[in-house]
Design a protein around this ligand. Structure first.
Ligand code: ATP
Ligand code: MG
Length: 434
């Protein structure tokens, strides 16, 4: 069955599900394969539970004579192509966001900014992969006026796949840095993969790229594109220009719409000077889509993270900088530099392993340790096997349970504590003990 035929069925049964816990009557089950499960095994159960059709890609799961089974070559591809077909029904601007760090934060900020003027469809949470992007697109309906789609990557070609599904006319790469080196092979691999968004837009007439003007990797890749810049350097080449005022503890910054020349002060609820770029990106795109600068300001001031990203949590005992969702060498360096520069005391850092770095892992963990020693960020605890291999006299813990025991014994009080590590290290658990 080709995609247009399947889409015709979808117009009559307009709910796609990949999960047998969600099988309403007018729905189509598509059997995706996960790490542990093969959705084909659940097709019969999905039909029993009420789905109108089950799309499968293993012939042995089709019950002969039962017209509710639709056999395809590859369910994931079908799921993605059906999402693209759906996206094509909507003649609205679609903005693709990728980058090593700051995608979700930029997306959330931008969604709040654009919501001042439009009905926005936006990726929920961090659903930014080859399943998450189609899921986001299936949520598009006639009420939406603009869409923001976060796109994540851990291997070459990932962004190409995602842009070919979402077909954005607008794009932003927040930055390029070191992450998922295991999958990408090298930093060059990261740059090329993020660049797949630019490649797609280059071939698309009328497309626009929003660019951090001082990022030379992005600039080098941006030939042949229509650019709208933002940055901290007011060299006349940017639409939005900003400067950090202070970071103690929250980021305060000023920005101006260079077309008008007026400056605005923003007192954010975010930790981290690097968040200025996420904020400027949202302001820049907001202006281009006609949101008034005063409204943009209101939104940026109001935005408060609740997703373990750049968040300050004041407990009865300490001030916690919770950045436990994600860690890679670039975001770790940004967080540590920011922490070093924060005019607060006393300071403590609990750092967990940065995962998925492949061969670069030992060296990258050692660089973190060396940076801390050079900069004297007092009292740092290191958690995990990778930090365990570093050469340092800093305190080491095998896992988060050991840290909990030590916190219970030591009961630190009055500290500003940076908590950062890959999500898999589960450092966010520590907040209840600190
Ligand atoms: P993921 O790959 O998990 O989807 P993401 O790109 O969506 O990550 P965020 O979730 O917005 O990024 O932020 C994750 C962490 O990255 C933040 O907590 C912060 O430490 C760091 N970070 C955010 N923005 C930047 C930035 N512009 N530059 C460097 N580091 C950043
Ligand atoms: Mg994200």
């Amino acid at each position: 069955m080709d995609i247009s035929e399947l889409y015709e069925i979808y117009t009559r049964y307009p709910h796609i599900t990949t999960d047998t816990r969600d099988c309403p009557a007018a729905s189509i089950f598509i059997a995706l394969k996960g790490e542990k499960f093969d959705g084909n095994m659940f097709a019969a159960s999905a039909l029993d539970k009420g789905c109108a059709y089950a799309v499968v890609d293993e012939p042995e799961y089709v019950v002969e004579g039962d017209g509710r089974y639709i056999l395809v070559d590859d369910c994931l591809k079908t799921f993605q192509m059906l999402a693209r077909e759906h996206r094509r029904k909507f003649k609205i601007p679609v903005i693709g966001i990728t980058g090593t760090n700051g995608k979700t934060t930029t997306k959330e900020l931008l969604s709040a900014v654009l919501a001042m003027k439009y009905k926005v469809l936006c990726t929920q949470g961090n659903f930014n992969n080859d399943v998450g992007v189609p899921k986001t697109l299936f949520r598009l309906d006639d009420t939406h006026e603009i869409a923001i789609v976060e796109m994540g990557a851990s291997h070459p070609g990932d962004i190409k796949t995602l842009v070919e599904i979402a077909e954005p006319q607008y794009g932003i790469i927040t930055n390029v840095g070191k992450a998922h080196l295991q999958g990408f092979g090298s930093f060059d691999g990261v740059v090329r993969t993020k660049g797949e968004l630019y490649d797609f837009l280059r071939a698309r007439e009328g497309s626009v790229v929003f660019i951090h003007n001082e990022n030379r990797y992005l600039k080098d890749m941006s030939h042949g594109l229509t650019l709208v810049g933002y940055g901290t350097d007011d060299d006349g080449g940017v639409r939005v220009c900003g400067r950090v005022k202070d970071c103690a503890p929250y980021l305060r910054f000023e920005w101006k719409d260079t077309a008008k020349g007026e400056w605005y002060l923003v007192r954010t609820n975010l930790i981290g000077s690097y968040n200025i770029y996420n904020m400027l990106a949202a302001a820049c795109i907001g202006l281009v889509f006609g949101v008034a600068p005063e409204r943009i300001n209101e939104v940026l001031e109001r935005y408060a993270p609740n997703n373990n990203r750049s968040q300050l949590e004041n407990t009865a005992y300490n001030h916690l900088i919770v950045d436990a969702y994600n860690a890679n060498p670039t975001s770790m360096a940004a967080a540590l530099e920011n922490f070093r520069d924060m005019a607060v005391a006393p300071k403590m850092a609990i750092l967990g392993d940065m995962r998925e770095l492949g061969e670069a892992s030992d060296a990258e963990h050692q660089k973190v340790v060396d940076f801390i020693e050079r900069n004297g960020i007092a009292d740092t605890w290191l958690v995990g096997n990778e930090f365990g291999k570093t050469l340092t006299s800093m305190r080491k813990f095998c896992n988060v349970d050991e840290v909990v025991e030590e916190i219970k014994r030591k009961r630190p009080e009055g500290y500003y504590i940076l908590i950062k590590g890959s999500n898999g290290m589960k450092l966010s658990r520590l907040t209840e003990f600190l």
